[in-house]
Design a protein around this ligand. Sequence first.
Ligand code: FAD
Length: 375
Amino acid sequence: MTTESRKQARVAVVGGGVIGLAVAWRAAVAGHAVTLFDPEPAAGASWVAGGMLAPVAEAWPGEEAVLELGEESLAQWPQFADELTTDGADPVMNTAGTIIAAWDPGDAAQLEVLADYLRRVGRGAELVHGHELRKRVPGLTSRLRAGLVVPGDLAVDNRRLLKALLLAGERRGVDYRREWVEAVGPGTVRTESGEFDCDEVVLAAGARTGALHDELRGLVRPLKGEILRLRARRTSLPPPPMTVRAVVENRPLYLVPRSDGEVVVGATQYEAGFDETVAAGGVRELLDAAERVYPSVAEYELAETAAGLRSASTDNLPLIGRLSDGVIVATGHYRNGLLHAPVTARAVVALLDGGELPGAARAADPARVEKEASV
Ligand SMILES: Cc1cc2nc3c(=O)[nH]c(=O)nc-3n(C[C@H](O)[C@H](O)[C@H](O)COP(=O)(O)OP(=O)(O)OC[C@H]3O[C@@H](n4cnc5c(N)ncnc54)[C@H](O)[C@@H]3O)c2cc1C
């Protein structure tokens, strides 16, 4: 295929979560003819997620490539959001930053490990006393031991983002087909209504992507997460102004405020196959931890409970790249799919245009896993 014909490629995107929608929109902007298949677009893990854009707070020793990819994507977020606002709607970013609180001495030791690591890899994050956190977020309990201030980690309203992406894609000519894809091959997508011919298929079906291509078998697995949406009442203290993460008796917690008085409280994480039901124990665990850290949430309305499936790879880096002739994959974004949307869309469009994976996305090439598997 010539570069010229690639510029006009017929692209089929399988999956309409944040990754598929972002890819479809950017590919349409780049001049491709895009059809997106999903019986229920703007749902999936992307709809239930917390919305943190948090490469630094999510960093951990040994996961340098994940940190680099996340930071590259975070740097692209402001322009991505601006262009999305022009083409679709404002995804509503919160730029107030993030704090991470530690509940007990063991939790404080965990924060020190993170702070040490961040210092070693040259990322600044300030370790502070618990009372310093309360100066920044007055509704926090006075019992916190220590905290970390991460001003650069941001957040976005994931639901507004998805609606904006749907609209932007539609305005740029993306054809949304509300159909389930049964199988894909080079240059073809099969649904129950028949075969669809194309030049390129992009597999972006989240935790279910593994079933769509032989090369992905065993490389993508679902990791369940429960999450809550609480709403402040007129008489209660308002939600924190910024993202509050915490470690409470060794368990991670976060409270992510929205501009309309809602606060998202997450999230559990455990292996449960494709089960997307909400377990009572998961809700109890989250409410208990949230109330300890930010006591006034006990008065809030419990507006929603939900569960979603993160798509996890074997090394926590996404799988972004060409799988075979005419088939590209973009999945395995684990806890960072919203964060990684801009960098992933850019990488996939580079491949559709006949180029190579750019920048930090090179580390996400699925060839790395195939190589390891064959050693
Ligand atoms: C509780 C929780 C909290 C999270 N919080 C954050 C956060 O704060 N920040 C962050 O960056 N990330 C977060 N994540 C992770 C993030 O949600 C995911 O990484 C991201 O949503 C992945 O997007 P996706 O488009 O790959 O998958 P999904 O959003 O799951 O979308 C996949 C889509 O593919 C469709 N599909 C599947 N199979 C087929 C098929 N055969 N044919 C057609 N369509 C198909 C599905 O219907 C679905 O709409 C969180 C996840 C969970 C579960």
